[in-house]
Design a protein around this ligand. Structure first.
Ligand code: SAM
Length: 274
């Protein structure tokens, strides 16, 4: 579970510091997501939900010079990182905002996009209903989200290194909250979206590369994701033991000078109902 207050605090700060590595881990997915977005039609007012450090917003601002792009995120640190990166684009802006409550009378989006920024709403039906309400007629939605942990080795293999914890609510806000397409379909339907479709994308998640890919991967996992949480909570021998096992896992996944893990996402598309 990762809730809004964590994104506004420590987790958002870590993502703002680590954006080069998080962009790298998503790279093949980003390519496919951008292709789907660009093929979705001519749009003039685009909002990137949970834009983080802004890679998707910046790519769209470059590709669609005649469109206005607005990136929204709840983390001030991430919006600062995104703004610093996107200063060359006059058609691009970023704002700290809760997308679940956002509205701007001067900006009725005809397209919402998101790379993994929509799984953290406390009340996803209310959030997507708000987004529909403030959008232009027939507005479209294109976002990515992770499929199940079992299909994402970077999560399940790290999870297997930790003491087993009682199973929580699979739909609680967090990276895997939208893994089940039926659940997501119901949310979007109830919130006023239709023509809902899911494309499965399997991709190569690069966790480490460079001179010492294993050290790079361990440092990345120490800042982002389930290992970072475990490392923070462990002390003494338990911490040392976990780090040793994390190193062994990273070493076992080195190929051609990089640490690779299997990753799996949905690209979800939908249209605002009449
Ligand atoms: C997994 S990160 C993805 C960030 C970015 N889209 C990327 O691909 O690098 C999820 C993002 O959603 C943002 N977020 C979570 N809840 C939000 C909300 N209610 N409104 C706006 N942003 C939110 C977080 O702050 C975080 O930047």
């Amino acid at each position: 579970m990762t809730d809004m207050t964590e994104w506004q605090g420590r987790v958002g700060t870590s993502w703002a510091e680590q954006w080069q590595r998080t962009d790298r881990s998503f790279a093949p997915l980003t390519k496919r997501l951008i292709n789907v977005i660009l093929a979705s039609g001519q749009h003039k007012s685009i909002v990137d939900i949970g834009c983080g450090a802004g890679e998707l917003s910046i790519a769209l601002a470059n590709a669609k010079q005649d469109a206005k792009i607005l990136g929204l995120d709840i983390s001030a640190d991430l919006i600062r990182a995104a703004t610093d990166r996107g200063t060359n684009n006059s058609n691009l802006s970023f704002a700290v905002a809760d997308a679940a409550k956002w509205n701007d009378a001067a900006f009725a989006p005809d397209l919402y996009v998101s790379r993994h920024g929509v799984m953290f709403f406390d009340d996803p039906v209310a959030a997507f209903a708000n987004l529909a309400k403030v959008a232009a007629p027939k507005a479209e939605l294109v976002f990515s989200c992770f499929r199940t942990p079992a299909e994402n080795d970077w999560a399940s293999k790290i999870g297997a290194l930790m003491p087993s914890a009682p199973a929580g609510d699979p739909h609680a806000p967090g990276p895997f909250a939208f893994a089940d397409p039926e659940y997501v379909n119901n949310i979007l339907n109830k919130a006023g979206w239709s023509n809902i479709a899911f494309e499965a994308v399997d991709f190569d998640y690069i966790a480490g590369e460079g001179d010492d890919p294993v050290a790079d991967a361990i440092d990345f996992f120490g800042h982002i994701g389930p290992a970072a949480r475990a490392i923070r909570s462990l002390t003494g021998d338990a911490r040392t033991d976990f780090l040793t096992r994390l190193r062994t896992l990273a070493e076992a996944n080195v190929d051609a000078g990089a640490v690779h893990f299997a990753a799996a996402a949905w690209i979800v598309t939908a249209q605002k109902s009449d």
